[in-house]
Ligand binder design. Structure first.
Ligand SMILES: Nc1nc2c(c(=O)[nH]1)N[C@H]1C(S)=C(S)[C@@H](COP(=O)(O)O)O[C@H]1N2
Ligand SMILES: [Mo]
Length: 429
């Protein structure tokens, strides 16, 4: 141990690790760690020579009136898979989960799923109509909506087709592609119940049809129980106006339920006595079973998790020694109670540490801090929610649902970490 990485009097272990890091303190981790910086005795020009950013003034305030990420983060972007869809207007791109931390998705990185492109609507031109089985049909302007009591809530949104390409076997090399049809933001909006109460639901009003103003005219039937429970008519995400891609100026939040129901550019809510059997709840977003019958109205997104780092786009670059294994877990039923991580393909499991806020129907961040010995790993995670529902293996899921499905794949994902630190998507079930 060199003089510099000896703990100062009163310094805790955490402070000691930090001090060791600053000094390139390999000693603290048996020599293998922190090989990026020059070792003791060598001189590091990044320390000994004055750098440009230290010599010259930087950009002034207002250089970027709406800030953008550092140019060094330019690789952290949404990405699409060209062969997946015939056009970009009815398509999807994916959240770069591998490069993010915590539980909130930055607005510019939330995956997009459109069926008819992004509608461009001036707030002054937007209307929300409530009609059907109500005492008093109503039309709200955005200005009207701003006068109702509002709430802030953090929710994940997952497309039912997330991980759909992985049903039959490992396909896409990166959690951005296998699991990136999920995002989690704080919404500000008016509870749907408040608006429905304003119109007055007739006693035979049992369903609500939500309709979008985009070229796709997305329409979905929502049972009244859910509409009156926790649905939100949102106009803000992470504090600022919804992004155009996310439904500006108004979208419906249907917490814990499949993303397709979260109608963007929300323009109409019709109250009815039965579901409307729209395209998106019959021909699409149903689950074709092995016997040829399809499950319908499979709304809740079951417990799921994925290790975001290491992962194919986030290989281990530092060799053996301390390794932060990190990932995300979520459940449409409520909070995540526990996440287990396996490094040997599901034979042995260790409970991971959940860090950060634990909100119902929101992403949860977990960590497992291990000492990697440099050997092959088969990394898996499995989530358990507060209602006792477990994330299944792929085989368990296929035994129940067959091989025809696309939607609602919440099975356990495996990453093969190789000795050189590269990572590949494999199936171990
Ligand atoms: N009006 C409208 N709403 C929509 C869609 C759409 O194409 N049009 N796509 C749905 C689907 S399939 C999903 S998964 C989510 C995606 O939301 P996002 O683009 O904010 O990620 O929006 C849903 N709401
Ligand atoms: Mo979706």
């Amino acid at each position: 141990m060199t003089e510099t990485n000896k703990p100062a009097p009163g310094m805790n272990r955490r402070g000691f690790l930090k001090a060791g890091l600053a000094a390139g303190g390999a000693a603290a981790f048996g020599g293998a760690a922190f090989s990026g910086a020059a070792g003791a005795g060598e001189s590091d020009p990044l320390i000994t020579e004055v750098q440009d950013w230290n010599r010259y003034l930087g950009a002034g305030v207002q250089a970027a009136p709406y800030g953008v990420p550092s140019a060094h983060e330019a690789h952290v972007v949404r990405r699409d898979v060209e062969w997946l869809t015939a056009s970009t207007e009815s398509s999807v791109n994916f959240t770069p989960l591998h490069a993010l931390d915590g539980i909130i998705t930055p607005n510019g990185l939330c995956f997009e799923r459109h069926h008819g492109g992004v509608a461009d609507i001036a707030p002054a031109d937007h209307r929300l109509m409530i009609n059907g089985l109500v005492d008093k049909p109503l039309v709200f302007t955005m200005a009207d909506l701003m006068r109702f009591p509002r709430e802030n809530r953090v929710y994940f949104l997952e497309c039912a087709a997330n991980s759909g390409m992985e049903w039959r076997g490992a396909q896409l090399n990166g959690c951005q592609y296998t699991h990136g049809m999920v995002h989690c933001v704080m919404y500000t909006g008016v509870p749907l119940k408040t608006l429905l109460d304003e119109a007055g639901i007739k006693t035979n009003g049992k369903w609500v049809l939500a309709e979008g103003a985009d070229a796709a005219g997305m329409t979905r039937s929502i049972p009244m129980e859910k509409a009156l429970d926790d649905c939100l008519v949102a106009f803000k995400m992470n504090g600022e106006a919804l992004r155009p891609e996310q439904g500006y100026p108004l979208r419906l939040c249907v917490p814990g339920w499949e993303g397709n129901m979260w109608v963007k550019w929300l323009r109409r809510l019709e109250v009815g006595d039965e579901p409307w059997q729209q395209r998106e709840e019959t021909s699409k977003y149903t689950d074709l079973l092995a016997n040829g019958k399809a499950r319908r109205f499979t709304w809740v997104m079951d417990p799921k998790s994925v290790i975001t780092s290491p992962s194919p786009q986030m290989p281990i670059a530092h060799g053996k020694g301390p390794l932060v294994v990190s990932g995300l877990a979520w459940s449409g039923n409520g909070r995540i109670k526990r996440v287990d991580v396996s490094i040997d393909g599901g034979r042995n499991w260790t409970t991971a540490r959940i860090d950060g806020p634990s909100f119902s129907k929101a992403l949860h961040r977990f960590y497992l801090d291990i000492d990697w010995d440099g050997s092959d790993l088969l990394l898996q995670s499995r989530a358990l929610d507060e209602h006792g529902f477990y994330q299944p293996t792929k085989n368990a899921l296929r035994a129940e649902r067959g091989e025809n499905s696309i939607y609602h794949n919440n099975s356990i994902q495996t990453w093969h970490v190789k000795e050189d630190g590269t990572v590949e998507n494999v199936e171990v079930s």
